[in-house]
Design a protein around this ligand. Structure first.
Ligand code: ADP
Ligand code: ASP
Ligand code: MG
Length: 604
């Protein structure tokens, strides 16, 4: 007999009829010889309605009371679903997060699960009952037994965590679309259903705005090897499998907080090319990387920082033996890249650094655990290693550093994260995914804002201090980009650092940075809320030249200006203006041939 955890989202239990239909499906699964634990979300848009009620009373409601309020939504749906199951002749019992024993940290509104006490669940299952569990909620450890929630969309995480704790045979996420698609079908009508996706790819997509799965649910599935599928609540179609490599055995204690870093990797064959003062207008990145791709040169990291005045800086890394050709391409187009039309103004300047290395920490949920990147930067600072470029992603944080610092950086990182280091085997990685499409899917995040800190002194430890400050406020940061250009302020060399955070965190981030700014001798903090982040993700892009160029080209054809670029091994993200977001998503989706002719049903 198999044990299956099924999760039904808000739309799937949005009406009495839908709850009854879910009960039928659950009862059928039991009849086929399975034990079933069901996790449900609040009905329809209940949680949004509760948030609205709270904001009518307070502009800044206490997080504790918000958890108290929002957790009620799920309590309604578990009771109704259990009644519907009992009506259908299937013994069932509803349990809140506290009754199940979903124990979390005591951080209200985004608590992580520490452990799940499965005794009571198992007792009910043994009696042949279906256990209906309230998603999205837990209870703190210790005496106070405070109700916590896991963060919006967190019922997916409840379900996968239960599947891991019960060592269930499968976790099935039932929702209002047929599975995981190449993009959100509400924004890209010709998006196509995938049969399968790797957990690393899904982790990236989920954290870049594809809300079909809560990123933390994918993290747990990857770490514990949970068999995970996403399927439609309305059909029997198989949906999409999220596949994970066989994981290292790990304890269920500290479920969502233990061991964020699996490995430290390094690559000593890196060189950097930077173009300073390129014009801030559509088509520049497309032209540069188009030329690079036409030489069949594989580019690793690419960053473009926020513009200053009317020009940007773009920097990228290549292998050392490609440096001369990459530099020649950059130098050849630099004269054509004047940042304004006046013949007296400067043209773009090319800078190269031959002896670079890249050190990376990899694991799951790097962006979602803000303290991890901060710890990496602190560790490098303590070893007196200056960070030249930073690349963040859910599965990896990488820093480009001087090659001479590499050994010191590695031994410091290995002891800080208690893991061993290994060289990156680029050839092996690209062979492993040679059959995978270069881009598996695209996502749009309209919930991000951009922050920039001007004139940050250029010395080891600054990134560490800034990001520790944000991590201490539990603020997740992505697309961290230091300007290539320096400016002398009172005799000190400074750079600007820009990054993106969730819109909901922007005020807290700005306040924290402004408070610390005099101590850190930094300049002003600038915020831009009117942005959108468009990203493409695929394991198959490793070792394949021209992918970034194709993305930039598709945006250029739409006359969309790219404000920031950041890449990691398996993703490319561009910040564009908010109003261009959907057009940008549609353009890149089409450019990678992800569109198809099959129209996917999307439920209201
Ligand atoms: P549930 O209430 O079932 O948890 P959600 O609204 O949280 O449902 O997630 C499902 C929605 O995710 C879909 O209706 C779709 O609009 C959106 N979505 C975003 N990106 C994707 C994607 N790549 N594939 C499928 N759905 C996506
Ligand atoms: N009801 C919660 C929300 O709307 C949790 C969930 O649906 O996953 O965010
Ligand atoms: Mg959801």
């Amino acid at each position: 007999m198999a044990l299956i955890v099924q999760k039904y989202g808000g739309t799937s239990v949005g009406t009495v009829e839908r709850i009854q239909a879910v009960a039928q499906r659950v009862a059928q699964t039991v009849k086929s010889g399975n034990s079933v634990v069901v996790v449900v979300s609040a009905m329809g848009k209940t949680t949004d309605g509760l948030v609205k009620l709270a904001t009518e009373i307070s502009s800044n409601p206490s997080r504790r009371e918000m958890d108290m309020l929002l957790s009620t939504g799920e309590q309604v749906s578990i009771a109704l679903l259990s009644m519907a199951l009992q009506e259908a002749g299937q013994p069932a019992i509803s349990l809140t997060g506290a009754q199940v024993g979903i124990v979390t940290e005591s951080i209200h509104s985004r608590a992580r699960i520490l452990r799940i006490e499965t005794d009571r669940l198992e007792r009910h299952l043994q009696k042949g009952e279906v256990v209906v569990v309230a998603g999205f909620q837990g209870i703190t450890d210790g005496q106070d037994l405070e109700i916590t929630t896991l963060g919006r969309g967190g019922s997916d995480t409840s379900a996968v965590a239960l599947a891991a704790a019960l060592r269930a045979d499968a976790c099935e996420i039932y929702t209002d679309v047929p599975g995981i698609l190449t993009a959100d079908p509400r924004l890209v009508p010709d998006a196509q259903l995938m049969d399968e996706i790797t957990s690393d790819e899904m982790l990236e997509l989920a954290s870049l705005g594809a809300k079909v799965l809560h990123p933390r649910s994918v993290e747990i599935a990857r770490n514990y090897g949970v068999t995970l599928v996403v399927r439609s609540s309305w059909t029997d179609d198989p949906g999409t499998r999220v596949v994970s490599p066989l994981p290292q055995p790990r304890s269920l204690e500290g479920l969502e907080i233990a061991h964020p870093v699996d490995a430290v990797e390094f690559d000593t064959d890196q060189a950097k090319v930077a173009l300073l003062r390129v014009p801030d207008r559509p088509g520049i990145a497309a032209r540069l990387f188009g030329e690079i791709a036409s030489q069949d040169l594989d580019v690793d990291l690419i960053i473009q920082s926020i513009h200053e005045g009317n020009s940007n800086d773009i920097a990228f890394t290549v292998t050392r033996n490609s440096l001369n050709r990459a530099e020649a391409v950059a130098a050849a187009i630099a004269p054509a890249l004047r940042y304004d039309s006046s013949p007296t103004s400067g043209e773009a300047e090319v800078m190269v650094e031959r002896d670079m290395a890249k050190v990376s920490i990899s694991g799951a949920g790097m962006i979602g655990r803000p303290g991890v990147a901060a710890q990496m930067f602190e560790t490098l600072a303590a070893a007196s290693v200056n960070i030249e470029m930073i690349s963040t992603s859910e599965v990896q944080v990488s820093c480009a550093i001087r090659a001479k610092d590499c050994d010191r950086a590695l031994s410091a990182l290995c002891s800080a994260f208690d893991v061993t280091s290994s060289p990156v085997n680029q050839v092996q990685k690209s062979l492993a995914y040679a059959d995978a499409p270069p881009v598996r899917g695209a996502a749009l995040d309209r919930n991000q804002a951009q922050l920039a800190i001007r004139h940050v002194p250029d010395r080891p430890g600054m990134a560490a201090r800034l990001f520790r400050l944000l991590a201490d406020h539990n603020i997740s940061v992505d697309m961290i980009i230091q300007s290539q250009r320096c400016r002398l302020v009172d005799g000190v060399v400074t750079r600007d650092i820009a990054f993106t955070v969730a819109k909901g965190d922007v005020d807290a981030a700005k306040a924290a940075l402004e408070q610390a700014s005099p101590d850190l001798s930094c300049g002003e903090v600038v915020v831009n809320q009117a942005i959108a982040k468009v990203s493409v993700v695929g394991m198959g892009m490793v070792g394949r030249p021209g992918i970034a160029a194709r993305m930039f080209e598709s945006l250029s054809q739409e006359q969309i200006n790219i404000q920031m670029i950041a890449t990691s091994e398996i993703k490319i993200s561009c910040v564009v203006s908010e109003e261009d977001g959907i057009r940008a998503l549609q353009a890149v989706h089409a450019a990678f041939g992800l569109a198809g002719t099959q129209r996917v049903e999307v439920s209201a």
